[in-house]
Design a protein around this ligand. Structure first.
Ligand SMILES: NC(=O)C1=CN([C@@H]2O[C@H](COP(=O)(O)OP(=O)(O)OC[C@H]3O[C@@H](n4cnc5c(N)ncnc54)[C@H](O)[C@@H]3O)[C@@H](O)[C@H]2O)[C@@H](O)CC1
Ligand SMILES: Nc1ncnc2c1ncn2[C@@H]1O[C@H](COP(=O)(O)OP(=O)(O)O)[C@@H](O)[C@H]1O
Ligand SMILES: [Mg+2]
Length: 281
């Protein structure tokens, strides 16, 4: 097991070349935000933009249009009922699905659409409701993608894996990963106060940071956005994922020094400064 440290993050976050343009830093598509959970996809979007995604699009319920644009004008909007969503999925490097998605038939059809459409050049991040839909039906897994990252909290992983909380044996998690991903292209980010990241090859990274002030709704949605931003601009390998997890908690810890509660949107706002610091070290 490798404990994530500043060293890993420094190796991932590098200074941008002077001739950089937005197309170099990933086309990220976030899918989620049903009528009741619009905030979840907005928080994920804010985090993706703050984490450096080159271009960020959001497929969501039409009711979220004004709130999304007034909060994050950097993001583009797609009505998730529209048929041109297929084209947007095809044109994205990173597709994150789940925050506030819900579990109804339309949510299920969106996950199916992602599964049908993605190719082996793309990364898919599965969070929240997408994981609960998968728990009901493992065949919804978008295994064609180059890399599939799952980000369950403890309860979501219990539902997907059928392993009971508390998860004591790493080998149980590896065997579920193996059965879900015969091509070894899945990564598990098992969130907790000591989040662990597993790949299909027996590697584990553990996050030493984080605090109880982060136990606030939207904190995981924010991590999903950071992961999407990082995988869009750095390659979607386990060190990149570990860096995103670490930076999320580091930002949380900095806020926790002076705040009893850490708000996901405040955490997002700290990410650009922290990335700058690591890029210079
Ligand atoms: N502002 C918003 O719109 C928000 C929307 N959200 C969305 O709400 C939907 C349901 O997700 P939830 O995660 O709230 O509901 P879940 O039902 O998936 O998870 C909460 C349940 O898990 C149990 N649990 C056990 N161990 C846990 C642990 N370590 N961490 C978290 N829960 C643990 C809790 O007791 C609770 O019963 C998702 O689509 C999600 O994205 C949430 O992300 C919260 C914020
Ligand atoms: N006590 C804690 N210590 C460290 N990190 C925490 C703690 N509580 C929550 N977190 C972090 O906050 C996030 C919560 O994710 P999740 O439950 O999916 O939130 P939500 O779905 O509400 O956005 C995870 O990244 C988790 O590691
Ligand atoms: Mg969550």
């Amino acid at each position: 097991m490798i404990e994530i440290s500043d060293k890993v993050v420094k190796s991932i976050i590098v200074e941008r070349p002077s001739d950089s343009y937005k197309g170099m830093f990933g086309r990220v598509l976030l899918i989620g935000g049903s009528l009741n959970f619009g905030g979840a996809i907005i928080m994920a979007t804010e985090a993706a933009v703050n984490s450096g995604a080159g271009l960020t699009s959001v497929a969501t319920n039409i009711n979220n249009l004004s709130s999304l644009h007034s909060r994050i004008p950097e993001a583009m909007f797609i009505d998730w009922q529209e048929s041109n969503l297929v084209k947007v999925i095809k044109n994205s490097n990173i597709i994150a699905i789940g925050p506030g998605l819900g579990l109804d038939e339309h949510a299920q059809s969106l996950l199916q659409l992602v599964k049908r459409t993605v190719k082996n050049t793309q990364t898919v991040i599965l969070d929240a409701s997408a994981l609960d839909l998968l728990a009901q039906d493992h065949t919804l897994m978008p295994t064609n993608a180059e890399t599939i990252i799952m980000t369950p909290h403890q309860k979501e992983w219990e539902r997907v894996s059928q392993i009971k909380i508390p998860f004591q044996e790493d080998k149980d998690n590896f065997s579920v990963l193996k059965s879900l991903f015969p091509d070894n292209n899945g990564i598990l980010v098992l969130k907790s106060n000591h989040t662990k990241i597993y790949d299909c090859f027996g590697n584990i990274y553990q996050n030493p940071l984080g605090n109880p002030g982060m136990a606030t709704g939207g904190m995981g949605d924010t991590l999903t956005g950071i992961l999407a931003g990082f995988c869009g601009q750095f390659s979607a390998k386990i060190e990149t994922i570990a860096s995103a997890v670490y930076l999320h908690s580091l930002a949380g810890d900095e806020l926790y020094k002076e705040h009893y509660v850490v708000l996901p949107t405040q955490l997002s706002a700290k990410i650009p400064q922290l990335m700058k610091k690591f890029s210079l070290e």
